[in-house]
Write a protein of this length. Structure first.
Length: 300
């Protein structure tokens, strides 16, 4: 069975309210046969509290899914096992990777000021913004410098954004095709491999000594090397996780603020301005409304 907690807003209001709309707490046989999607806010919260323990005990497992999308494993490198996005890594692999992710992307007050300054400099250097391409370039640059501080980025930004667009689409659509037709997307796969090898070299340079000690106790098993596992996680971050969902959230928020939304009636308030001293509530609401990821799936 395929269980999924969805962040759909039709049920469960949150904020302490127990009100629910009858008939939409869950959806049977959605997104596919023999699957169930849970929409009740309260049930989602309850289910997610049990996930870590059930995952560790082997009662549930996660595969190569991004939301409700099942991606083609051909777009992940053969050095990693399972061949899947980081979300589908094993519990023991997560134990290795989680401390690195928290160290890289936990953002304190000094970090927040640095991001603001970077955004101002980025915006100030543009005469015209291409949404989402320019936003993706900026987010990619920010993510990269936090993983590899001081390093020159060996990945060309225009090449990255172009290949990211292809990989995100093809890794989904190609799941419907036989592997014999994989030659059709050889170009994006070769570029992806090139980016992986560049990232892996930097992972070895920056973190190789620590990861070698983890390899001695086979901490990333069944992957042979923790360098490969971490490099794959970094590439997932650049291509899919932060590198895709964050630009999506920024772009939809910009649409709400600057687009002509009159066709949508009173859904979006005219002339709305974000409180620059406290922008977080606006973006939380924007991401709730335009969810970058539809659901959090697992198999059981």
């Amino acid at each position: 069975n395929f269980g999924a907690t969805a962040n759909a807003a039709c049920c469960g209001c949150g904020g302490g309210s127990q009100r629910e709309y009858v008939g939409c707490a869950d959806s049977v046989d959605f997104p596919g046969q023999d699957s169930t999607s849970i929409q009740s806010w309260h049930q989602v919260v309850a289910e997610m509290k049990t996930m870590v323990g059930r995952f560790a005990r082997g009662e549930i497992w996660r595969g190569n899914e991004l939301g409700f999308i099942i991606s083609n494993e051909l777009f992940w490198q053969p050095e990693t096992n399972p061949k899947a996005v980081l979300l589908g890594a094993s519990p023991s692999q997560h134990e290795v990777l989680r401390p690195y992710l928290e160290a890289w992307f936990t953002c304190d007050a000094a970090c927040a000021e640095d991001v603001k300054a970077s955004a101002r400099a980025f915006m100030g250097g543009l005469q015209k913004m291409e949404v989402q391409a320019d936003v993706k370039k900026w987010v990619h640059t920010e993510l990269f410098k936090r993983v590899f501080p001081g390093a020159r980025n060996p990945i060309d930004l225009d090449e990255f954004v172009e290949n990211q667009n292809k990989v995100v689409s093809l890794s989904t659509v190609s799941q419907l095709l036989p592997d014999q037709l994989s030659f059709v997307f050889d170009g994006p796969l070769k570029t992806l491999r090139s980016h992986y090898e560049k990232v892996r070299g930097l992972v070895r340079q920056y973190y190789g000594a620590d990861l070698k000690a983890l390899d001695a106790r086979r901490a990333c098993y069944p992957s042979a090397s923790c360098v490969d596992q971490v490099a794959s996680a970094v590439l997932d971050t650049l291509y899919f996780a932060g590198g895709l969902s964050v630009p999506s959230a920024i772009s939809t928020g910009m649409w709400v603020l600057y687009a002509d939304t009159s066709a949508h009636g009173t859904t979006f308030p005219a002339g709305y301005r974000v409180n620059k001293y406290d922008p977080v509530p606006f973006y939380y609401e924007s991401m709730r409304f335009f969810a970058p990821v539809v659901g959090l799936p697992w198999w059981e």
